[in-house]
Design a protein around this ligand. Structure first.
Ligand code: F6R
Length: 243
């Protein structure tokens, strides 16, 4: 055990480089890896750096399967706020991942049943190899909002006011942020063979210390990373502080 492996880097650029090197290593070791892909601001430089490695022939992601982490509910297919659209622009397109190598979350029909089927499909594929995650201001992973149990399945969730406020940075205003979403569950996420958490900026200082050093429990879903088998956290100095 021993808890997460912590890598503190100078700034967001260094985080992107270290994160991309880490992901490229996992893909080298497991070329057919199932990889969960977070959106959000923090991993954007990581994805750009990874794409540069692909263009330079230093990383070959052509056999990975990309797994969607979360998506808002109630949007039309071409809505500018679609998290799948963001994943496509930042990861799938730049890395050249074909549509048939992407697993998307269910968004309609009997969502309860569809989410159960989704988790079964992940299991049938042999589980997740790598989850690339960011940290919510309230300690969420994906949209596993507090409180979330470590066994939580993939499911429909209501976004908390804190998350809606944080997501307003992406889309303009609080009124532009959908209030419901589907998230890959904490259960399948925490079972990933390898987890990479990237954390950047002063605003995450309190929550990253709370998640990695505070009590483990549902009120800070990311605190369960303390007990997961293979977790690496790349955090910049602004978020970690001088400690
Ligand atoms: C995004 C997601 C969220 C973000 C988190 C941090 O798909 O699942 O959990 O990773 O809210 O977002 P940023 O990186 O924008 O601070």
């Amino acid at each position: 055990m021993g808890g997460p492996n912590l890598i503190v880097v100078d700034d967001h650029d260094a985080l992107s480089g270290a994160g991309a090197a880490f992901v490229a290593d996992v893909i080298r070791e497991r070329p057919a890896a199932s990889v969960v892909v977070a959106t959000g601001r923090t991993p954007m430089g990581l994805y750009a750096d990874l794409a540069a490695r692909v263009r330079a022939g230093r990383c070959d992601p052509s056999r990975i399967t990309a797994i969607q982490l979360d998506e808002y509910l109630g949007l039309g297919p071409d809505d500018r706020r679609s998290l799948f659209g963001w994943m496509r622009r930042s990861f799938l397109g730049p890395l050249g991942i074909e549509d048939e190598r992407v697993v998307r979350l269910p968004l309609d029909g009997d969502l309860g049943q569809a989410c159960v089927a989704f988790d079964r499909e992940l299991e049938a594929r042999g589980g997740l190899d790598l989850a690339i995650l960011g940290l919510g201001p309230n300690g969420h992973l994906g949209f596993n909002e507090p409180p979330s149990e470590p066994s939580a399945h993939t499911r429909r969730v209501r976004l908390s006011p804190v998350t809606i406020e944080a997501n307003a940075r992406y889309w303009g205003s609080v009124a532009d942020v959908p209030t419901e979403a589907v998230t890959l569950g904490l259960g399948p996420l925490l079972s990933a063979r390898t987890i990479l958490l990237v954390v950047s900026g002063e605003a995450k200082h309190g929550i990253v210390h709370r998640a990695l050093e505070g009590p483990v429990g549902p009120e800070v879903p990311a605190s369960f990373l303390q007990d997961a088998p293979d977790v690496t956290v790349v955090v910049d100095r602004a978020a970690w502080g001088d400690a």
